[in-house]
Design a protein around this ligand. Structure first.
Ligand code: AMP
Length: 284
């Protein structure tokens, strides 16, 4: 596996591969790999000839009071795991190269960023959209793989690819979970033993909502109330949002009809966790 930090070098390597007729894939990450990241890499490996994984804790997607400094990092372990997964190139750029001092061009999405995480993390999706656009332009992949765990991010990236004509295939990979259902996340590392128990309320809420819908509940207000009760019954939890709405437009719905996105953001102690599922009412 090649480890590249220089933007020019990865551009050269990817161009070389593409000239040889190889299909190149990209998996953007912020590192501290878990099985969710590894599943994305494995999917990329199965569906392309060369896999590039980018590892960059992108400062511009963190708010001033967020965890950029503390974000977990373990580059040595990440290198080992990526190599084991058959990744061809780990691209680890320097922040000073990605954002030189006179950097002044941003990618702004106007719509899909208004609700859910966009509402509680101002500027977050501007940072995400800009870094992903830069990575797409640097690597020029044929395929890019993202997790459905960050559902809004995935929809925004699909939108950017359509709106800006990137011509890149985007795969949304299913959420990878711990044995008890907690969605894997680099931030799970922050949780104490007690918080880890409370954190299960996200998965339990998704399962409860799926059950309520299968039993005939269609009111999103009723669902949201039941979820709120379940979450707040666990020690140390605070709700950021409970969203029930259209998975494509990310606008709220009063009733569960057709596929409906249920997305949650919950603080457990100081750690903000997200999770989601698609609710599908049974066909009559
Ligand atoms: P991150 O390093 O947290 O920015 O995540 C890098 C990529 O992995 C993003 O596309 C995430 O959506 C995806 N990802 C993170 N956690 C999971 C998970 N539990 N299951 C599937 N994909 C995930």
């Amino acid at each position: 596996m090649r480890i590249i930090t220089s933007i020019g070098e990865i551009q050269g390597l990817s161009t070389h591969w593409k000239k040889a007729g190889l299909r190149v894939s990209l998996v953007p990450t912020m590192g501290f790999f878990h099985d969710g990241h590894l599943a994305l890499m494995n999917y990329a490996k199965q569906h392309s000839d060369r896999v590039v994984v980018s590892l960059f804790v992108n400062p511009t997607q963190f708010g001033p009071n967020e965890d950029f400094e503390e974000y977990p990092r373990d580059p040595e372990r990440d290198r080992f795991l990526a190599e084991k997964e058959g990744v061809d190139c780990l691209f680890c750029p320097e922040a000073a190269d990605m954002y030189p001092e006179d950097f002044q061009t941003w990618v702004n999405i106007e719509g899909l960023d208004k609700r859910l995480c966009g509402a509680s993390r101002p500027g977050h999706f501007r940072g995400v959209a800009t870094i992903v656009t830069k990575l797409f332009n640097i690597v020029r992949p044929d395929l890019a793989v993202f997790g459905r765990k960050d559902f809004q991010q995935l929809q925004i990236i699909k939108r950017i690819v359509r709106d800006l004509n990137f011509g890149i295939e985007i795969k949304g990979y299913p959420i990878v979970r711990e044995a008890d259902g907690l969605a894997m996340s680099s931030r799970n590392k922050y949780l104490s033993r007690k918080e880890r128990k409370s954190a299960l309320c996200l998965f339990e809420s998704l399962k409860m909502a799926e059950h309520m819908v299968s039993e005939g509940c269609r009111s999103t207000r009723r669902l949201a109330h039941a979820i709120e009760r379940l979450i707040l019954a666990k020690p140390g939890t605070r709700i950021d949002y409970i969203f029930l709405g259209d998975p494509e437009t990310l606008t709220e719905r009063e009733r569960v009809k057709g596929e409906t996105l249920l997305a949650l953001a919950v603080y457990v102690g100081a750690t903000r966790l997200i999770d989601n599922t698609i609710l599908r009412p049974p066909k009559p």
